[in-house]
Write a protein that binds this ligand. Structure first.
Ligand SMILES: O=C(O)/C=C/C(=O)CC(=O)CC(=O)O
Ligand SMILES: [Ca+2]
Ligand SMILES: [Mg+2]
Length: 408
């Protein structure tokens, strides 16, 4: 598909064509953090191009709070600017090469929730963590299971991953020990960014997803499996996941994902009416790619997710809890049925018991110091184009060499 629709020189396969227009926060040597839109190899400085102070705050929150009419109006304006050569003189001074910008966390995150909506992931983890029990708990097909995470440890792509330390105790050990995690892992996920808050006490109907959610980013929910396995019973994930969760800098608007919408997979169990999403098509045909040191190790398919983000939002608010501007909820690890479709090293190495081989034959299980992990994704766009989500990356650095605090 040609991108000749723009006076800008856009490669056919850019992934950042006029049909995408993802929003993020960038800075340069002479531009303080502000809102930009990625287009081809450039960032359009919205603070400069629009003159609207909403784009000068250094987070997307104020713009996201303005709601769908404002989102659509800006999208139409930017599309016109980049299409009609009459606007070239106005727009060109506000285009910055993407290679020259520093990206920041796109939103000031209020609450962070992580779901568990891949059936393949849940069954795999159930088999690895709870051998001898049914892989899925009895509630799994009746509600999208989730937990509240730690908003303060969300960080933008590229933030170093300091190997966390903590308690662990394998079943064969008599007592817990303390030290750097020996089972550091990734979780390749997709995140949904709330723009318009909901009203406390008023659940968001499953059909009102797009009235609240602005867009989609990539998430890597770094996880220390040894800490997690010891601490998680009975209240769920805590320190094994709260040390860092990385997000991609570009938020792809839902408006760019119309061609990616799809029916979720068939489900055998009827759900309560508030979760009934018949006909809504909020499955999304995203293909994730997980790279370790540049080498492709997994391609998790998001269209296989059992619960959709519309159902997740409905469930998140059904008890009267409200969402606020900047809230982020993540899908849960994206894993498909294939061995090479698993979104965590826990699954790729079956709990460490079945190492997988890199191209040069090196057997691998969990993350080693110095490892760099990148998660990318694309989705179909209109007219045969592709929508790129950019990437979320992180490099593992050694744990701090300090003793745990002791009272003395
Ligand atoms: O099954 C468990 O005990 C825990 C599984 C996870 O680590 C899941 C989690 O963070 C949610 C997800 O990413 O799917
Ligand atoms: Ca997770
Ligand atoms: Mg015009």
């Amino acid at each position: 598909m040609s991108h000749s629709g723009s006076w800008l020189d856009l490669a056919d396969d850019t992934g950042f064509g006029l049909e995408n227009l993802p929003h993020g926060i960038f800075s340069t040597a002479d531009r303080a953090p502000r809102t930009g839109i990625a287009v081809g190899g450039w960032v359009l400085d919205l603070a400069g191009a629009t003159g609207d102070p909403v784009h000068t705050t250094g987070t997307l929150n104020a713009f996201l709070a303005a709601g769908p009419p404002a989102w659509a109006a800006l999208r139409a304006q930017v599309t016109d600017w980049l299409t009609d050569p009459a606007h070239r003189d106005h727009v060109q001074p506000h285009l910055v090469p993407r290679a020259d910008v520093t990206m920041h966390l796109p939103v000031q995150v209020g609450d962070y929730v992580d779901f568990y909506s891949s059936r393949h992931h849940a069954e795999n983890v159930g088999r690895i963590f709870r051998p001898g029990s049914a892989p899925l708990t009895p509630n799994w097909e009746h509600l999208p299971i989730g937990y509240h995470g730690r908003a303060g440890s969300l960080a933008v792509s590229g933030t170093p991953v300091v190997r966390p330390r903590g308690q662990r105790k394998a079943p064969a050990d008599d007592l817990p020990t303390f030290g750097p995690s020996t089972r550091l892992d990734i979780e390749a996920e997709v995140g949904f960014v709330v723009g318009v808050p909901s009203t406390p006490g008023t659940p968001v109907p499953v059909g009102a997803f797009a009235d609240h959610v602005f867009g989609v980013c990539l998430v890597n929910d770094w996880s220390a499996r040894d800490l997690q396995a010891w601490e998680y019973v009975p209240l769920g994930p805590f320190l094994g996941k709260s040390f860092l969760t990385s997000v991609s800098p570009w938020v792809v608007p839902l408006a760019a994902l119309e061609a990616a919408r799809t029916d979720p997979p068939a489900r055998g169990t009827a759900v309560l009416p508030y979760l009934d999403d018949a006909g809504l098509r909020w499955g999304l045909d995203l293909t994730l790619e997980v790279r370790l040191g540049g080498e492709l190790v997994a391609t998790p398919p998001f269209d296989q997710m059992y619960w959709t983000p519309a159902q997740q939002l409905a469930h998140l608010t059904v008890n009267g809890a409200a969402v606020r501007t900047g809230d982020l909820f993540a899908s849960g690890t994206v894993s498909g049925p294939g061995r090479d479709q698993r979104g965590s090293f826990l699954e790729l190495s079956w709990g460490g018991a079945e190492p997988f081989a890199l191209a040069d034959g090196t057997p691998r299980t969990f993350l080693e110091d110095g490892d760099e992990v990148a998660v990318t994704a694309t989705a179909p766009g209109p007219g045969g184009t592709r929508i790129s989500f950019g990437e979320v990356t992180g490099t593992v650095v050694p744990a701090l060499e300090v003793a745990p605090p002791v009272t003395g």
